[in-house]
Design a protein around this ligand. Structure first.
Ligand code: ADP
Length: 457
């Protein structure tokens, strides 16, 4: 396996090498073509100049002489090409030997490209519209280059190659920097996640990156760490809370039974009923813990169906009316009848939600208090609000009331409960894509607001 740094560096280096080689090749071919074209143009102009020189010579003498234009021979030797002058019958008036231009000493100043193939071009010498002779121009290459030309060409090639090498160097440095920019933060995040997986939930990644995705990854790992730490704390607290919750009824049972065995308490019906109530309470706690476990294992089965929420709520309210009345609590239900309240949900689970909330309200509201239940629609949502003027919840307890076994301040321990109801409520609502919010003031009252999203529920 390769590290990100190595893999990225190799990728950058290979791709930039290919790009630079292609650029060098392209620039080189283009410059060579342009240069050759330029040299050909010059050569053609030279040819035109030579032919018109011969035309001038013929015009001046009105005939060909044995030395007509022979002064061009020197230039031809120096320019590494061969000149031959012929009359209209094709007879040579004077001419140069092609082998001379290869052997001659001045060749050290000339370079011949594609040496070897001798090309001869024939041009008409035209005076007053009629051909008076021919000039032959022969050379060993299509393009003749001087040493300066060759030097010019190769210096351009050298600069292209040098700039290519320079660019490659810069690209390699940049690629090392960029791959470091990627690999260092990822490596740090990997280290943090390893520490988290080893159970060190205090591990956090502090190394900031300006790459959006990496920063997001770092944030998520940090959030994950916080959640794991929180869950770990809850787990530890849960164990101690459960043992506390179980120990209390067990102690009551044990003390009472021991007192009965020792004959301190008489064994009568009233005592046995009270002990039985304790056993029932204990059973309820275990049942609730079982339900909670099912939710936490995600093994709970949900049976979705269409529910007409207003009718459904009215049935539950009806079931609680006697209990509320016995405590002299005014329980009212306000439903906006204009609307239809069809939602998709699990009937039994949602019933448990409303039972938990309403029974809490009755439990935590003193006699002569009131409970109001509102059902209405708000844009995309169906809202159920359960409001009471009971004992309320302390501000410091509010963030925790949906936690397992959280029961608020000690003063309410006398009211029966085990702190699991709201945890189950929240989990059921989560399965229905619904949310629950709470507002409360100690001594004033509490309001729970459930929000069913109509597009999802
Ligand atoms: P419990 O079995 O104790 O009722 P819940 O999970 O249902 O457990 O509630 C957790 C805690 O939230 C309760 O112990 C209580 O302190 C607080 N609480 C819930 N509902 C109300 C309410 N309507 N009024 C006042 N306090 C409430």
């Amino acid at each position: 396996m390769q590290s990100i740094r190595k893999r990225l560096s190799i990728l950058f280096a290979i791709s930039s090498l290919i790009a630079i080689l292609l650029t060098i090749l392209f620039v080189n071919i283009t410059i060579n073509n342009k240069f050759n074209k330029y040299m050909l143009d010059i050569q053609n102009k030279r040819n035109e100049r030579i032919v018109s020189y011969f035309e001038e010579v013929y015009k001046r003498d009105n005939m060909w002489k044995e030395d007509s234009g022979i002064e061009l021979m020197h230039e031809a030797y120096m320019g590494n090409y061969c000149l031959t002058l012929r009359d209209t019958n094709g007879n040579v008036i004077w001419g140069m030997d092609p082998s001379n231009i290869i052997d001659s000493s001045h060749l050290s100043n000339m370079n011949v490209e594609n040496k070897g193939v001798y090309v001869n071009k024939k041009f008409d010498v035209i005076v007053d519209g009629s051909t008076v002779g021919y000039v032959e121009l022969g050379q060993y290459s299509s393009i003749l280059l001087t040493e300066e030309d060759i030097e010019f060409k190769s210096s351009i090639n050298r600069s292209i190659i040098l700039s290519g090498i320079g660019t490659l160097g810069i690209v390699i440095l940049i690629s090392l920097y960029l791959s470091n920019e990627l690999s260092i933060p990822i490596r740090k995040i990997a280290k943090t996640s390893k520490r988290l997986s080893n159970g060190n939930f205090n591990a956090k990644s502090y190394y900031e990156s300006d790459i959006e995705e990496i920063e997001e990854l770092r944030d998520n790992i940090n959030i994950l760490g916080e959640k794991l730490r929180y869950q770990d704390m809850l787990r530890k607290r849960l164990v101690s809370d459960i043992s506390h919750e179980i120990r209390t009824p067990l102690n009551v049972l044990q003390n009472n039974l021991e007192a009965m065995i020792d004959g301190i308490f008489p064994v009568n019906n009233q005592r046995l009923v009270s002990l039985n109530e304790e056993v029932i309470r204990f059973g309820k706690l275990l049942n609730n813990l079982d339900t909670l476990k099912e939710f936490e294992d995600e093994s709970i089965c949900i049976d979705f169906e269409n529910i007409i929420l207003d009718e459904f709520i009215m049935e539950i309210v009806h079931e609680f009316s006697l209990e509320a009345k016995s405590k002299n609590i005014n329980f009212e239900c306000t439903i906006d009848k204009e609307e239809s309240y069809l939602i998709y949900g699990d009937r039994d689970k949602l019933k448990q939600v409303f039972i938990n909330l309403i029974s809490n309200s009755i439990k935590f509201t003193n006699s002569n208090g009131y409970i109001n239940l509102y059902l209405y629609k708000n844009n995309e949502s169906t809202i159920v609000e359960i409001k009471d003027n009971g004992i309320g919840i302390k501000q410091e307890d509010l963030p925790f009331i949906f936690e397992r076994l959280y029961r608020g301040d000690k003063s309410r321990q006398s009211i029966e409960g085990n702190g699991i109801g709201l945890t189950i409520v929240k989990k059921i609502l989560n399965l229905h894509y619904a949310s629950i919010d709470v507002e409360s003031e100690e001594g004033v009252g509490t309001s729970f607001k459930i929000n069913f999203n109509n597009t999802k529920a």
